[in-house]
Design a protein around this ligand. Structure first.
Ligand code: ADP
Ligand code: ASP
Ligand code: MG
Length: 815
């Protein structure tokens, strides 16, 4: 014999019930079966709501009641053939009339006892089982209905009754011995006490009803049919990558369900385990899928972690005080007080100092817990030996479960590293003595992030998802998006990195898409986006709270640079091509570096110097490996290099600068390049990264510009001076020619001092042959003494800058 249980969604309406009936028709050809059914999905909640409204004298209860009526009547109308329809409708209406009278009674007396709750909620399963058995009898001749209340006997703890196992087992087995029907339909959840009053087995209790029957008749299998294809590695509604566990042991299933895997009501496992009846979890809507088989042994010994579950709405109670140290009996009194008041303890931890005890309870019970515990310890509190009970709310528990965890080292290390790396703060930790589960108390807001991170750590091909938020999608930013689009598949396959762009903003608009913006249409989407605001951009990223979030600044905007701190403080990494932050006040630069360390978030800015060239990264490697930089010589301005490489006695300086601007090598205001400020910023950043505490004012800047050009008020005036002072520039060229030299704009750093300025470079020098817009950096260090370490190549241009940013993203992904 088999026992099949169908949950609320499986029997939510006529269409779903028809699917159930199909399954039953085919099963009944092979086996005798008992079918336990839940109420039509959502009915139990509606019944409780109607009861509460009526008790509070709120006439809206009539509306809710009417919804309940409609759902059931509609289901009958669609499901039952004309021949029987009227009879079934009459019976359903009689039951609903009885329900209505109870609700009217509540409205009058305003008292909703647990006993009445049970009376009311029982209508859900009583109605559904009746309708389903009638529908089934239309095609399966030998089918009948049995009221579970006649079989399952409990104590009188209404709403969460304890089953009297012995009597219940006898009742069930003798009933099924006599009964000859192929299919017997029974309502789940409902039971009775010895006074024949209706009791219930707790929310989700239909699973338990089915387990009691399976155990009593020693069924071959207990099948739990629901709306997902088994017990998953994590709640599939929260973790997209979760997948059904093929086989699992009773203990593992029990732990997972106890810690929140709602697919199985926790008490269900016990009766099945006692009689070694396998439990199979199946999907009513995909009956061909394998589902999850729960047996004594489980399977897959190699996999230490079998699943991750979580419980929401947890409060942490902390009892602490110096008076507890070395004095026995505090824990006992705490737990007795909680237990006397039926407060369920979900998790226990105790610091080894005995200075405090911490327990997790459901938030709904935290007020009561505070009251009873403070009362229990009223004397000690008055003597200040212990503090009044401390309550922290809005918490959740995540648990990692597996029989085989005890044989594997480092599981908890991996678990807490995964949480830590994602900035999930752990409030308390508990590990069962069986080492079958490790649980951590975290903030409610972190649930999704924690589950995703843990799932990723323990179950996925270690594919790491990077969530990018990019500000500034003009030339460089746009090219970066294009590069990412082209490279996504490669990164996924070769580096196990899933790079997705979740947020994009330009100076006007911004868009977000949690699953990743379609990079084929980002530009059109952005036009239709929300109005841009730095604050809203930050708030949205914080709100999304995704693991491995990275903020990328592809602007040259000072306001954007000011927001980096906020990101780092949320453990969101920052990648910047914007130089402002790293070249502003030393204290600001230092603060960002410190925040990055403190919050375990990277702050990368390779493109600040030499665009895509690996300048900063190389410098960092030197310093981190213990080398010391003594001197840096560099040509760091692509635009100035372009200008001086093209300027000769046949051209005018003015025209060359214009050309450089037109070809996009200079800033819109060419004075920023020609004044040397941009180069000064770059050498400042290199000096700082080499470990020197310098500010922009410390950098000597000998300008090659004549006084008139330096004093020009506008860009146009500036250009004019390039014409009027043409002879000044020709002189510079001629002098270099005469000395057999080339003009290069050089940045230097020597023993703590930095300068920038135009230099005549002779033939022997590595700078002499620098072409076009190339950059070159020479590092002289304690290890590179005679010959410097040289980095040379294109130091400007959108493709290479975007590629430098992309390099930072990948570096971060591989961390
Ligand atoms: P039923 O009404 O069939 O009893 P439930 O709603 O009680 O169904 O349980 C199924 C639901 O349990 C799933 O839809 C899913 O949202 C939730 N769930 C939570 N954790 C898990 C898990 N680890 N595996 C599968 N389902 C889970
Ligand atoms: N209908 C009850 C509930 O919603 C019991 C069950 O479905 O298992 O809790
Ligand atoms: Mg359920």
């Amino acid at each position: 014999m088999k026992v099949l249980k169908f949950g609320g969604t499986s029997v939510a309406n006529a269409e779903n019930i028809s699917k159930v009936i199909k399954i039953l028709e085919s099963e009944s050809k092979k086996n005798k079966i008992a079918v336990v059914v839940s109420a039509l999905g959502g009915t139990t909640d509606m019944l409780i709501e109607a009861g509460n409204l009526a008790t509070n004298k709120d006439k809206k209860y009539i509306e809710v009641f009417q919804n309940i009526v409609n759902r059931h009547i509609n289901t009958v109308e669609e499901l039952i053939d004309n021949k029987n329809k009227q009879a079934v409708l009459n019976e359903v209406n009689t039951k609903l009339e009885e329900l209505k009278q109870i609700l009217q009674g509540l409205y009058l007396i305003n008292e909703f006892s647990n006993k009445t709750i049970d009376k009311i909620v029982s209508f859900g399963e009583l109605l559904s089982s009746y309708i389903i058995s009638e529908a089934l009898q239309q095609t399966v001749k030998s089918a009948s209905l049995k009221d579970s209340r006649e079989l399952i006997l409990t104590d009188s703890t209404f709403t969460n009754a304890t089953v009297k196992t012995k009597e219940t087992t006898t009742n069930i087995s003798s009933f099924f011995k006599k009964n000859k029907d192929k299919i017997v339909v029974l309502p789940g959840f409902v039971s009775r006490n010895k006074n024949n009053e209706t009791t219930t087995l707790g929310r989700g209790g239909s699973d338990y009803t089915a387990a009691l029957i399976a155990s009593a008749v020693k069924a071959d299998v207990l099948e739990i049919w629901t709306d997902v294809s088994g017990m998953y590695t994590a709640n599939p509604k929260l973790v997209k990558q979760a997948f059904p566990i093929e086989e699992i042991s009773y203990q593992e299933a029990m732990e997972l369900s106890h810690f929140g895997a709602k697919v199985l009501y926790p008490p269900t496992v016990h009766p099945a385990l006692q009689k070694k009846i396998p439990i199979l979890i199946k999907n009513t809507f995909s009956p061909d899928e394998k589902g999850t088989l729960i047996t004594k042994k489980g399977k897959d010994k190699k996999q230490p972690v079998k699943g991750i579950s979580h419980i929401e709405n947890i409060a942490l109670l902390t009892l602490e005080g110096n008076g507890m140290v070395g004095v026995p009996g505090f824990s006992k009194r705490l737990f007795s007080a909680l237990s006397r008041n039926n407060i369920n303890v979900v998790l226990i931890t105790q610091a080894s100092s005995e200075h405090s005890i911490c327990v997790g309870v459901f938030s709904s019970e935290s007020k009561k817990a505070k009251h009873v515990v403070d009362e229990e310890f009223v004397y000690e509190i008055s003597k200040k030996k212990i503090k009044p009970l401390l309550i922290e709310d809005s918490l959740a528990i995540v648990a990692v479960v597996g029989d085989n965890m005890k044989n594997h080292q480092g599981i908890s290390g991996r678990m807490f590293r995964a949480l830590g790396n994602n900035n999930v703060n752990v409030r308390a930790i508990a590990q069962g003595a069986s080492e079958r589960n490790i649980s951590a108390v975290i903030s409610h807001k972190d649930i999704k992030k924690a589950l995703t991170a843990l799932h990723n750590r323990f179950f996925e091909k270690q594919i790491k998802t990077l969530n990018l938020f990019i500000v500034g999608v003009g030339n460089v930013g746009g090219i970066l998006l294009n590069q990412i689009k082209k490279q996504q598949d490669y990164l996924n396959e070769n580096l196990l990195l899933n790079v997705r762009v979740v947020g994009i903003s330009n100076s006007k608009k911004m868009i977000f898409e949690e699953e990743g913006i379609d990079l084929n249409t980002w530009s059109d989407q952005l036009q239709k986006g929300k109005k841009q605001s730095h604050k809203l951009f930050f708030d949205t990223i914080k709100e999304l709270n995704l693991s491995n979030s990275i903020f990328i600044d592809v602007t040259a905007n000072e306001d954007v640079a000011k927001t980096y701190k906020n990101y780092l403080r949320e453990s969101i990494s920052v990648i910047a091509c914007n130089k402002i932050a790293c070249s502003s006040k030393y204290s600001d630069y230092k603060e960002l570096k410190d925040l990055s360390r403190k919050y375990n978030a990277s702050f990368l800015f390779e493109t600040n110097v030499g665009a895509g060239l690996p300048v900063i990264n190389t410098l960092n490697n030197l310093i981190n490996s213990g080398d010391k930089v003594t001197s840096i010589q560099a040509v760091l301005s692509g635009s100035l290099n372009f200008i001086f490489n093209n300027f000769d006695d046949t051209s005018s300086f003015h025209d060359i600068v214009k050309q450089a601007q037109e070809e996009g090598y200079t800033e819109p205001d060419p004075r920023i390049d020609l004044s040397g400020v941009d180069v000064a910023r770059k050498i400042l950043i290199l000096a700082r990264e080499a470990g020197y505490k310098l500010d922009l004012k410390d950098i000597k800047n000998q300008s090659f510009l004549p006084k008139e050009s330096l004093e020009a008020k506008t860009v146009d005036d500036f250009y004019n001076t390039l014409k009027t002072e043409a002879s000044h520039f020709s002189e510079l060229y001629k002098s270099a020619q005469n000395n057999d030299c080339q003009l290069k704009y050089v940045a230097e750093f020597n023993n703590g001092k930095a300068s920038v300025g135009l230099k005549e470079i002779d033939k022997e020098h590595p700078f002499y042959n620098l072409k076009g817009k190339d950059n070159i950096v020479l590092f002289f260090t304690e290890r590179y003494t005679e010959q410097p370490l040289i980095i040379k190549g294109a130091g400007a241009g959108a493709e290479v800058t975007a590629s430098g940013l992309f390099g930072d993203i990948i570096t971060l992904g591989r961390n």
